[in-house]
Design a protein around this ligand. Structure first.
Ligand code: HEC
Length: 304
């Protein structure tokens, strides 16, 4: 009885699945999903190779310093990095005095100790990279109602990581004529900028980089491409400053595990060698049973 009920319940479920399949197929054939401009024109990030890539990658400190310079002179006008403190810059090779000077070049909200009034003060090495805006409302008001996101973890937050940031910064272009022809409604709205690497193709951030915008202290030519690479490498560091440690410990742990596995295998062989030798063959392989079988075969006249 239970089996019959179970059979009909199963049949009911299978029937519902079949009906929904047929209904959806009919709907799909009658009105297939419209292709969208995003679907047709969005691009995957370009290739970007950084010194920190791969399981043994290390940061290129010189490049990180250049990237920091780009962040400081360009991106910091709109983007905060509220998980990175000024003192963290010591890891890029800046000495204490330089870190203090970097901090002192930025203003953060503070309180006047004499009057208790809200003012601004020079940042200290322990402060985080502040937002240039008082709050989200002010940030949106200054950016056409878009919010410049915090950049500390940006290379972890987007698929493609550093390559995505690099592609985004160098990917601004005019809308292809083909796009406008196929999707007239997808024309970039006023105040936005066409960028095929951005998820919906139109980003509120104006192209932030142009050739020669910063003057690198190490004499590197500051092309737009170079600055985009450097700031992307810098944002890999801000998102994971301990990446080199992870790579180093990861390798050491792997080597340890390989040696431990080899040792484990040989001690297993050693411990069980004696015991295995003592196990007598049983069943059809027992010599006594074999002899009996051969005898019986012989009696029955079976050869082989
Ligand atoms: C004038 C202000 C301004 C400057 C300067 C600026 N940005 Fe932006 N940025 C924005 C705004 C506004 C957004 C939000 C865009 C949106 O949501 O459409 C944004 C978004 C971003 C995003 C996120 C894109 C996403 O996938 O959501 C990244 C990454 C970014 N900016 C990196 C940078 C870097 C790196 C620099 C420096 C080279 C920089 N920005 C300079 C205003 C700025």
């Amino acid at each position: 009885m239970v089996r019959i009920i179970a059979f009909f319940v199963g049949l009911g479920f299978a029937g519902v699945l079949l009906i929904s399949l047929v209904v959806n197929l009919v709907a799909y054939v009658q009105s297939p999903t419209e292709p969208t401009a995003e679907h047709e024109f969005h691009r995957e990030p370009k290739e970007l190779h950084l010194a920190s890539d791969g399981p043994l990658g290390k940061f290129d400190r010189q490049q990180l310093q250049r990237g920091y310079q780009v962040y400081k002179e360009v991106c910091a006008a709109c983007h905060s990095m509220n998980l990175v403190s000024f003192r963290d810059l010591a890891a890029l090779g800046y000495n204490e005095a330089e870190v203090k000077a970097e901090a002192a070049s930025r203003e953060v909200p503070g309180i006047n100790p004499d009057t208790g009034e809200v003012t601004t003060r020079k940042a200290l090495p322990t402060d985080r990279f502040p937002s240039p805006y008082a709050n989200e409302t002010a940030a949106r008001a200054a950016n056409n109602n878009a919010l410049p996101p915090d950049l500390s973890l940006m290379t972890k937050a987007r698929e493609g990581g550093a390559a995505y940031v690099y592609s985004l910064l160098t990917g601004y272009q005019n809308q292809p004529a083909k796009l406008l022809k196929e999707f007239p409604a997808a024309k970039t709205p006023q105040g936005l900028h066409y960028n095929p690497y951005f998820a919906n193709l139109n980003i509120a951030m104006a192209p932030p980089l142009s050739d020669g915008q910063v003057t690198y202290a190490d004499g590197t030519q500051a092309t737009r491409d170079q600055m985009a690479k450097d700031v992307s490498a810098f944002l890999v560091w801000t998102a994971e400053p301990k990446l080199e440690n992870r790579h180093r410990y990861g390798m050491a742990v792997l080597i340890f595990l390989i040696i431990a596995t080899i040792l484990g295998y040989f001690s297993y062989r050693n411990i069980w060698a004696e015991a295995k030798r003592q196990v007598a063959p049983k069943g059809p392989l027992d010599p006594e049973n074999k002899a009996k079988r051969n005898h019986a075969k012989g009696e029955a006249g079976i050869v082989g």
